[in-house]
Write a protein that binds this ligand. Structure first.
Ligand SMILES: C[S@@+](CC[C@H](N)C(=O)[O-])C[C@H]1O[C@@H](n2cnc3c(N)ncnc32)[C@H](O)[C@@H]1O
Length: 326
């Protein structure tokens, strides 16, 4: 892979006594910038709920900013105008950016039926780098950007063992695990997701990285049904990634998916697709999730969350991750 030249603005070290949030973002960014430069990465978190009065997470995507506001009150689904202005001004003055490049999302604990994904239709895509791999992202139109930054190190872990391997990526979203595996020399990847939109986005990511279609299959299917069909076909994989949503419902599915209810089925079926020296990476963002190891006596399960939380994520509960082998 050619090493890309990435631009990461330099910001000065001069403290601003009047703003603790500005000082914290400056400190975090200066710290992560050194790592990012070395790692050919220009998308990362620059603030992660470090100060109680500022319940935000701020992600840097090549000079644009995604600000997640965590509302602890279901009835408050937007930051106040004054708070919004304060943060915008901090980012504009630190990075010399314009407000057009700052995108806000409110993360409210939504009632079950209130989930949404698409929020606009401006098709405002641009490319970012993660460990030299290219990804198409969009901070305007969807709730999520197209690249879940909290799994950067998990993707690196997968790519570190992917050479010559057959990789199955379940709940693939925009195929980011598959892209890293393919770039690292995986002999074959198969990405499965229910959403045509995200799979088309994933296909664009393969093209963006000049990866051939024939070795990198993309399948639109309900993973719960796909697993049985794949077992029947006799296929085996050396690496299987299972990173499902906590809860999902769609007209395309027979039943609602709930990680806490469905994980034994997902893991048991995936084990049947695993080659003898293969490894499953299983992950969830669910805070309440409990994994009952006694359900899987035939395999070994190691929690590797410590190794998969990136250094810019200060909230260490962002996800949990397990490595499962036969
Ligand atoms: C949390 S995202 C997965 C993140 C992804 N693993 C990554 O690395 O970026 C959830 C994805 O699961 C997909 N999905 C939800 N239910 C599904 C199902 N039953 N079968 C297949 N895909 C599903 C959604 O379309 C979405 O792309």
């Amino acid at each position: 892979m050619d090493k890309p030249s990435i631009f990461l603005p330099i910001i000065t070290d001069s403290e601003d006594k009047s703003s603790i949030i500005k000082n914290r973002i400056r400190k975090n960014y200066r710290h992560i910038r050194k790592w990012a430069k070395r790692s050919y990465t220009n998308c990362f978190r620059i603030y992660d709920r470090d100060i109680k009065e500022y319940p935000l997470a701020i992600d840097f995507y090549d000079g644009r900013f995604l600000v997640h506001f965590f509302s602890y009150d279901r009835d408050i689904d937007e930051a106040s105008g004054q708070f919004h202005d304060e943060i915008d001004q901090v980012l504009c003055s630190l990075f010399g950016t314009s407000r057009d490049h700052i995108y806000w999302r409110t993360r409210v604990r939504r009632r079950k039926k209130e989930q949404y994904e698409k929020i606009d239709m401006q098709k405002d895509f641009f490319t970012v780098f993660e460990y030299g791999a290219k990804f198409k992202v969009n901070l305007k139109d969807y709730l999520d950007s197209g690249l879940f930054l909290d799994h950067r190190e998990t993707r690196k872990l997968v790519s570190s063992i992917a050479k010559g391997k057959r990789v199955l990526n379940l709940f693939a979203y925009t195929c980011s695990f598959s892209i890293h595996a393919a770039l690292a020399g995986a002999s074959f990847t198969k990405s499965v997701d229910l959403s045509n939109t995200y799979l088309a986005w994933g296909r664009d990511n393969f093209i963006l990285n000049s990866l051939p279609e024939e070795n990198n299959e993309i399948i639109r299917a309900d993973c719960m049904k796909f697993l049985d069909d794949e077992i029947d076909s006799g296929a085996l994989f050396d690496i299987i990634i299972i990173d499902p949503p906590t809860i999902s419902r769609s007209k395309k599915m027979d039943q609602m998916f709930d990680i806490q209810i469905d994980y034994p089925y997902l893991i048991t079926k995936s084990l049947k697709l695993l080659s003898s020296k293969g490894v499953i990476f299983f992950s969830t963002n669910s805070r309440k999730f409990k994994l009952d190891e006694s359900l899987f006596n035939s395999c070994s399960i190691e929690e590797i969350t410590d190794k998969t939380i990136p250094l810019d994520f200060h909230n260490k509960k962002i996800h949990r991750c397990w490595k499962i082998t036969l």
